[in-house]
Design a protein around this ligand. Sequence first.
Ligand SMILES: O=C[C@H](O)[C@H](O)[C@H](O)COP(=O)(O)O
Length: 234
Amino acid sequence: MSLEQAKQVAAYRAVDEYVMNNSVFGVGSGSTVVYAVQRLAERVETENLKVTCVPTSFQAKQLILKHNLTLGELDTNPRIDVTIDGADEVDANMTLIKGGGGCLLQEKIVASCSNKMIVIADYTKDSSKLGDRYKKGIPIEVVPMAYVPIKNKVIALFGGDVKLRSAIAKAGPVVTDNGNFILDWLFTNQDLDWDDVNKTIKMIPGVVETGLFVKMCQKAYFGQPEGNVIERSA
Ligand SMILES: O=C[C@H](O)[C@H](O)[C@H](O)COP(=O)(O)O
């Protein structure tokens, strides 16, 4: 079974178990979420479900529109029943690294407004400690003018190295959906207190959000090479 099929089985399982009629659904971002929205669209069609979808990125909004699903926003739907989102890595304590695809701020806002946050991923995201498998570091979304002092402060506080993320199809840095830059912090100590790290980095002026999701996710589904799905709960 391919990696894509592993993503698909996890996404389908989560949507089948968690999305209910007359509910508000937070739509995460990334390649795995594409399958979740596909499955939701099938269920809306066949079961005539009424679901309002709140996006976590430009990509998520486009997915909702493409499948003719009902688009909502936090102004009108400040409470979300369940958000289903991908992750770059999930550790044994259900702490997540997110933002590998440049989306993390709106994802964290929507997750924070959700009764439940469910992660869908393939088996390569399942780790014991952060950094075991995801080697690109922890994304930090920053206000552009502050990226150099933030980089220096993160290194002084916690060590490792920090890189400004470069765009691929554009000269210069990645610019997020919110007009900010992304720093990737390549940490070396895997035994840090991630709750403390998250709070400390967030207090640096100019930091908008970190890709560390601590105590936010209740359940993760990992699609396996054999086609089965492994679940982990917080
Ligand atoms: O920035 C992107 C988001 O945080 C994604 O949810 C995360 O990178 C996982 O994406 P994928 O499902 O493509 O591995």
